[in-house]
Design a protein around this ligand. Structure first.
Ligand code: VGL
Ligand code: ZN
Length: 198
């Protein structure tokens, strides 16, 4: 099998009641569990920040969540504190199947955020996921999870840039949609030749 499923950040903090709740975030669990049965290789990503992470508004005096700040690697949206390592908010949704082959944690370096499962937000520091997939002979990827316009889109765009054939299952994704970020992400994914499935 040359195809893998990547399940992006289906964690409590991105579900209703969580610190950075994505509207309808928990609705992806059932369709993703069903998808998992169709794939021999399943990888889950997990947003995994140290307390005080530089992507948190609380780490920037005078800044509020959803404002932006200039970092050495570019513009960074500031988020409410979320997915802090070892907390319940960072745990996977309790109904999500987590019996995949690999869990890739990201966003653990204090000074840089990582939306993508492949590269941190400087778009160059690798997570190791590419090597894992290549050494397993995987060339095609299906993606689902949270959030469509941030971690799913960044992962999909990096995958396409690396030469993987990518499909995003939009029915199993939900978006944050900050100032048109969903439409922008959909346009960028289409432009990159990513198949969008609804
Ligand atoms: C995400 C914002 C901050 C995501 C993670 O999973 O889309 N968004 N950290
Ligand atoms: Zn995060």
């Amino acid at each position: 099998m040359t195809q893998a499923l990547i399940v992006v950040d289906v964690q409590n903090d991105f579900c209703p009641g969580g610190a950075l709740a994505v509207p309808g975030g928990d609705e992806v669990v059932a369709p993703i569990n069903a998808m998992m049965a169709q794939f021999e290789t399943v990888i889950l990503t997990q947003d995994w920040h140290p307390a005080g992470h530089s992507s948190f508004a609380s780490a920037h005096p005078g800044k509020a969540p959803f404002e932006t700040v200039e970092m050495p690697y570019g513009t960074q949206v500031l988020w409410p504190d979320h997915c802090v390592q070892g907390t319940g908010g960072a745990a996977f949704h309790k109904d999500l199947r987590t019996d995949g082959d690999l869990i890739i944690r990201k966003g653990f370096r204090p000074a840089i955020d990582s939306y993508s499962g492949f590269f941190e937000n400087d778009r160059t520091t690798p997570t190791g996921l590419e090597g894992y997939l290549r050494s397993r002979g995987i060339t095609r990827l299906a993606l689902a999870g949270l959030a469509t316009d941030f971690c799913v889109a960044f992962t999909a765009l990096d995958a396409a840039r690396l030469g993987f054939e990518v499909t995003v299952n939009l029915a199993a994704c939900r978006a944050i949609d900050l100032d048109g970020s969903l439409q922008a992400a959909l346009d960028q994914m289409k432009e990159a030749g990513i198949a969008l499935q609804s």
